[in-house]
Design a protein around this ligand. Structure first.
Ligand code: SF4
Length: 709
């Protein structure tokens, strides 16, 4: 038998895809071949990986990588590129003020990348104009958490799904989008069939196959459904009166708002009253309930209200923060949570501090030793690119994301970059739909090549570790931001030697004058030395000074004691009136966008793995047979999906999995890998007024057979 190659290195790291945050063991053999396996000791996945995670080794080729800095398309040195970026940013600020520049980053950043970028923009440039594609991911959950809890705190842990007697999945195709958490749920349901699962989703999906009850809700019906549940719970006496009296405020107004929609529940939800009654009875009768929600809730112009309508039901019943109970936002991106920790959104300050609070700004300013901390929120993603388009923002730096394909009204983003006087793009890939508009391209290190931390949906911080050398002249994103900061004159504030240096500063800031008064505190990790950082085991926050930090057996929950992070320590019920679906009514179909099982974002990595692209090879439009017949759409025929913003042409997938009146199109395909399937060019740029998150799941569109268009 052939002797297997001797593995030269074995490295524990974390999957770079979804918010589950699975531990990965990467092996580099003597011949350089890389293989990956699930880390059996990682508490998110216990050795499991999904199809995307299992194929990570197939995505590491250097084909198509950006390996050198480029200025106007020509190879440049790092010094030339960084000097130019620093000079143009400084000139723009001098001439037009700090709000004339902006950074648009990514939930793909490691926490250290996020931290340095935010420090540069909010602490030294003095503008809030740094936002990220996490705005598209979970901004509504952040806003909903803050309204209800006074802090952006996910109360529970993945283990709660296994300890619950009822798991309600709202707007979540968990089987495809968070597959390892789904696998944990499947295993538990097989072991304990009394565990019930309810799915609330306009579509029948791989997730709904697990459900005891599937509510194929109408687009935008979630607030009405949970308002109705709140009234039902009250009517049935399923209320934790002591918890409500001692630990909450706002129930009366919230009930009044909910009562306003009571007469139109079936119409607003599009559901059979018997199905609604079955769900309400199950929820009422089951103490241990976890309500998991994801992009079907967040990516809506009423997303924040949807989040609060769900949380309201858990507050009324006191089902929060205890094993097997609680509302649970699962993030789409690998480090959306880490970004929130460092203030990665335009309306946040570092370490869960508030940009609107003079005391918080002062605290950050003293810690960073700067007098330039911005005193107001910056532009959120959609508004940011509108400001680029209309000339208010004159220099933009895009890093680790491609807004030309992923933001709504994507053609407007393209036009904005065409006209912007100075565009910098930090990229792993040599060519995306955005790179042609870059004045400066900066080559970034990718997964497997850089060090740092990420935080998953259950607040668990895990290390990403390098197991490959950085190719060409690529560098980590934190280093690139820091070098520009130094060249802009802030040398002392940005003189980091390693990701560990950044992490220690981030951890120290979280505990600076904090004294346990906030949810996010990892000051117990502020003194980790290089070896301890290298060996850091996955650990859930908070890790306050004096806490254990080995991460073992630490399924920590918030709010079991009824203490919240509002000024009076009480949670808030939030009134969530039912609003009509806000779409272009002149176009009769509702476009819903989302993911497929084996692709990630714009396919720059997953598109390299043949075993992933073989799952679904091209974009498609899921449409109900009755709609197809009415519109003259034939199975596998081409259809044109058009809004007033743009159009895409994809193949029709006629299926009764899709709700009548809606059409689903995946969001992965771009101008690089599909001639006509760039669906975000079609999506309307309407946003939730509280969170600024775009409503990516409800755009009014026409669906027309392509041959007839
Ligand atoms: Fe990666 Fe998410 Fe799959 Fe885990 S579930 S392997 S984090 S994509």
């Amino acid at each position: 038998a052939a002797v297997p190659p001797v593995a030269e290195t074995t490295t524990r790291t974390t999957c770079p895809y979804c918010g589950v945050g699975c531990g990965v063991i990467a092996r580099v053999a003597a011949d350089g071949a890389v293989s990956v396996a699930g880390d059996p000791d990682h508490p998110a996945n216990f050795g499991r990986l999904c199809s995307k995670g299992s194929a990570l080794a197939d995505t590491l080729s250097l084909d198509d990588r950006l390996l050198d800095p480029k200025i106007a398309g020509a190879t440049a040195s790092w010094d030339e590129a960084l000097d130019l970026v620093a000079r143009r940013f400084a000139e723009t600020i001098a001439e037009h003020g700090p709000d004339a520049v902006a950074i648009y980053g990514s939930g793909q950043f490691l926490t250290e990348d996020y931290y340095v970028a935010n420090k540069l923009m909010k602490g030294f440039i003095g503008s809030g104009n740094i936002d990220t594609n996490s705005r598209l991911c979970m901004a509504s959950s952040v806003a909903g958490h803050k309204r209800a809890f006074g802090s952006d705190t996910v109360p529970g842990t993945y283990r709660d799904l296994e300890e619950a007697d009822l798991v309600v999945l709202v707007g979540s195709n968990l089987a495809w989008c968070h597959p390892v958490v789904f696998q944990r749920l499947v295993v538990e349901k097989e072991r304990r069939p009394s565990l019930k699962v309810v799915t609330i989703d306009p579509r029948r999906t791989a997730t709904t196959e697990l459900a005891d009850l599937h509510l194929a809700i109408a687009p935008g019906g979630d607030v009405a459904l949970f308002n109705g549940l709140l009234l039902h719970l009250l009517q049935e006496g399923v209320i934790d009166s002591a918890f409500v009296a001692d630990h909450t405020r706002g129930l009366t107004d919230t009930l009044a708002a909910a009562s306003g929609g009571a007469g139109t529940l079936a119409v607003d939800t599009g559901l059979d009253p018997a199905e609604i009654a079955a769900f309400y009875a199950l929820f009422a009768a089951t103490e241990k309930v976890v309500t998991v929600y994801s992009q079907g809730v967040n990516q809506s112009v009423t997303g924040t209200d949807k989040v609060n309508a769900i949380i309201n039901c858990h507050l009324l019943t006191g089902r929060i923060g205890r094993p097997g109970m609680g509302p649970f936002s699962i993030t789409g991106q690998p480090n959306a949570m880490g970004g929130r920790e460092v203030g990665g959104l335009a309306n946040q300050l570092a370490a869960h501090m508030d940009i609107d609070s003079a005391a918080d700004r002062d605290r950050v300013a003293r810690f960073w030793n700067t007098a330039r901390v911005t005193d107001r929120a910056g532009l959120k993603a959609v508004d940011l690119f509108t400001a680029v388009a209309d000339g208010r923002v004159k220099a933009i730096w895009i890093a680790a994301t491609n807004p030309v394909d992923s933001l709504p009204d994507a053609d407007l983003v393209r036009r904005a970059l065409e006209t912007c006087p100075f565009v910098v793009i930090s990229e792993v890939m040599a060519a995306t739909d955005a790179t042609p508009y870059a004045d400066v391209l900066l080559p970034a290190a990718g997964w497997g090549e850089k060090d740092g931390t990420v935080t998953n949906s259950e607040r668990r911080i895990s290390r990403q570790r390098a197991f490959l050398p950085t190719p060409g002249r690529t560098m980590p994103d934190w280093w690139i931001f820091a070098e520009v900061g130094r060249r802009m004159g802030y040398d002392a504030a940005f003189s980091y030697a390693s990701a560990g240096d950044v992490f220690r500063e981030h951890a120290a800031l979280s505990g600076f004058e904090n004294e346990g008064s906030r949810d996010f505190d990892i000051s117990g990790l502020a003194d980790v030395d290089t070896a301890a950082f290298d060996n850091l085991a996955p650990v859930q926050w908070p890790v306050r000074r004096g806490d254990r930090s080995d991460g073992e057996g630490d399924d920590q929950r918030f709010f079991a004691d009824g203490r919240f992070f509002t000024p009076d320590g009480r949670a808030r019920f939030v009134p969530t009136p039912v609003l009509p679906l806000q779409i272009d009514a002149s176009r009769p179909m509702v476009l819903n966008t989302g993911r497929v099982r084996d692709q990630w974002h714009t396919m720059t990595r997953t598109g390299k793995a043949a075993r992933l692209t073989s799952h679904i090879a091209e974009p498609f439009a899921e449409i109900h047979p009755e709609d197809a017949a009415r519109l003259g759409v034939t199975p596998a025929g081409l259809v044109r999906i058009a809004s007033r913003h743009g159009a895409a042409v994809v193949r029709a997938l006629v299926t009764d999995r899709q709700r009548r009146g809606s059409v689903f199109v995946p969001m992965h395909w771009t101008g690089q890998n599909s001639s006509s399937g760039r669906i975000d060019a079609v999506v309307a740029p309407a946003v939730d007024p509280v969170s600024g998150q775009p409503g990516l799941k409800a755009t009014g569109v026409d669906v027309i057979p392509f041959a007839a268009s």
